[in-house]
Design a protein around this ligand. Structure first.
Ligand code: MG
Length: 254
């Protein structure tokens, strides 16, 4: 559901709960994507990918990389090779190519936290909810900045990265793994995402999925991917979060 009216907050919770047969929520964990959600980093990823892939002689558009957001780097490389050459590179070549993409990314100016994200994470923490990182990325450059930009929010034992999953998004594994780490079930968590593949992953894991349009991806694409509610910006999401949390935790208790 795309948020257009204050009543949509309650409606999105009702619709999600009825669709899943959940009678209660007791939110303890916030499963948070990183790129494009916590950090305004997607344009740099798209640029780094575009540079690598065109150097390899593969036709591509810079904007298409927004659609692959959430996939592991290896999965993105395999997809583009398959499309261009009908074959995929070896694991060693894939690792070397992803390393090159990472170098190109680090050569670009460092991304800032997404406007509104630091305040939202503060609200989440002060509501007694534990943030859990759920990223398809394995890039330590950004992961290592979390402690500075979101002090104390993402503890090392609550981080799902490309290093500890077999299947990247849109497979539900990253979100299932995050819930396992946080020792919560789907009624005790929600997801925060900005990309269709990430939304699909979270929705398939059975959690209430908040999608935020922070880049060129249309709101409708996030809705179609299975988002429980779609906000048009991070500041909008931040300002409506307290009400949304209250609706989730009061559901079935009135
Ligand atoms: Mg993202």
């Amino acid at each position: 559901m795309i948020y257009t009216h204050p009543r949509d907050i309650q409606r999105s919770v009702d619709e999600f709960a009825h669709g899943h047969g959940y009678d209660r929520f007791d939110i303890h964990a916030a499963l948070c994507d990183m790129d494009g959600t916590l950090y305004d980093s997607m344009s740099r990823h798209a640029k780094a990918w575009y540079r690598l892939i065109t150097e390899l002689g593969i036709d591509c558009h810079e904007d298409e990389f927004y659609m692959y957001e959430g996939m592991t780097g290896a999965a993105t490389i395999r997809l583009l090779f398959e499309r261009a050459f009908g074959t995929v590179p070896s694991d060693e070549e894939t690792t070397a190519l992803y390393h090159r993409k990472t170098e190109y990314f680090t050569q670009l100016p460092a991304p800032s936290p997404m406007p509104g994200a630091q305040h939202l994470i503060q609200s989440i923490v002060s509501s007694g909810i534990r943030p859990v990182l759920v990223t398809g990325s394995g890039q330590s450059t950004l992961i290592n900045r979390l402690d500075n930009d979101f002090p104390g929010a993402f503890t090392p034992e609550l981080r799902v990265t490309s290093h500890n999953v077999t299947h990247g998004k849109p497979h539900p594994e990253p979100y299932l793994k995050a819930m396992q780490m946080a020792q919560t079930g789907p009624r005790e968590a929600f997801a925060l995402e900005n990309a269709p593949l990430g939304v699909e992953s979270a929705a398939r894991a059975g959690v209430f999925t908040i999608a935020v349009a922070t880049g060129p991806i249309p709101l409708a694409a996030l809705d179609e991917a299975g988002a429980s509610i779609v906000f048009s910006s991070m500041p909008e999401c931040d300002s409506l979060f307290p009400e949304l949390l209250q609706c989730l935790n009061h559901f079935g208790r009135i």
